[in-house]
Design a protein around this ligand. Structure first.
Ligand code: HEM
Length: 302
């Protein structure tokens, strides 16, 4: 316990400037001059509250060094000639995020059972607040994602972005394409109406015609001799758990490589020749640094 607190206030020795919370600075010239005003507790609390988000971010950043990674990600250099075609990858990513978000809300009301699936979708469309909107977004969004992923693949192909050193990113992309198509295929059965039932029968049979693994694949998908309750449960688990997890992990790897390797320049943009001084021997021979005689533009090589 501090000794000061035992002494009655009027008898205590006055604190020196800067001590015990008293204001620092010169003492008042005479006793009539009021000491500088200290901010009230409420104001100090308000200031602290304003700084809270920044302080929280700084706290996280000190422990993760995430700002370095984010700065590298957001301020990375992109090649000259980058155009709208380069946004197709991000557009695909956006479509995936929209699918994941709307899918979570649909899962809150959907029942993966052969007797209740159709009715639960009807309930979403007819009774649930914004249900038909969210269902519509998910249904049309699946087509949008498939279209975008093909366009993005076309862009990377025609710009030669599959070549060294980006082959692995191309391979990851191919797996992402297969997973996205499987996502669309497994999702199609879930409403369990006539169309989705028979379309899935056709799709599973087409898989069965594939070489070597085809019959095993169709057996695995059907999960029994006929398309039925076990098929629906299997499609639901693949659609809801397996594929989204795998896609998220692979998108992470895909984007890591995009940032690590940088983006490919469009094929019509060529690297500029480095502007280096011509070697002394060439200068003495009267030949320019780019291998041409100065002035006449003709090639100096023989
Ligand atoms: C879920 C699917 C996918 C997402 C979210 C995605 C996302 C992205 C993003 C954001 C980029 C960087 C920006 C851009 O170049 O557009 C990128 C680049 C790339 N993607 Fe994808 N992508 C997906 C599927 C694919 C597929 C199917 C392929 C090919 C089979 C592919 C191959 C590539 C390659 C090679 C690059 C590097 C491009 C370059 O260096 O110019 N991606 N991807």
């Amino acid at each position: 316990m501090k000794l000061d607190s035992l002494i009655p206030a009027p008898l205590r020795k006055p604190a020196r400037p800067g001590e015990n919370g008293s204001a620092k600075g010169p003492a008042p010239a005479d006793l009539k001059t009021a000491p500088p005003e200290r901010p009230s507790d409420a104001k100090r609390l308000g200031d602290k509250a304003k700084d809270a988000p920044v302080s929280a971010l700084a706290w996280v950043d000190q422990r993760t060094a995430a700002s370095g990674f984010l700065t590298g990600l957001l301020y990375r250099k992109v090649p000259k000639g980058t155009n709208w075609f380069y946004t197709l990858g991000s557009a695909t990513l956006f479509a995936f995020i929209a699918q994941a978000t709307t899918g979570v809300f649909l899962a809150m009301f959907y029942t993966p059972s052969t007797t209740q699936a159709y009715a639960s979708i009807a309930h979403i469309n007819n009774d649930v607040f914004l249900g038909s909107f969210v269902h519509g977004m998910h249904k049309w969004g699946s087509s949008v994602m498939v279209i975008l992923i093909f366009l993005h693949m076309g862009r990377t192909f025609f710009f030669g972005a599959y070549k060294y050193p980006r082959e692995l990113n191309w391979v990851i992309g191919v797996v992402l394409l297969i997973l996205t198509m499987t996502m669309a295929f497994t999702g199609y059965l879930l409403p369990f109406d006539q169309r989705s039932f028979w379309a899935s029968v056709v799709g599973i049979n087409i898989n069965g015609t594939g070489p070597v693994i085809g019959p095993y694949l169709s057996d695995f998908l059907r999960a029994g001799p006929e398309l039925g309750a076990t098929t629906l449960s299997r499609f639901y688990a693949i659609h809801m758990l397996l594929l989204p997890g795998a896609i998220i992990a692979l998108i992470g790897a895909h984007l890591y490589l995009v940032v690590k390797l940088g983006t490919t320049a469009p094929p019509w943009v060529h690297a500029e020749k480095p502007k280096v001084a011509a070697p002394v021997a060439q200068l003495e021979a009267g030949v320019g640094g780019n291998g041409t005689a100065p002035g006449n533009g003709a090639s100096a090589s023989t």
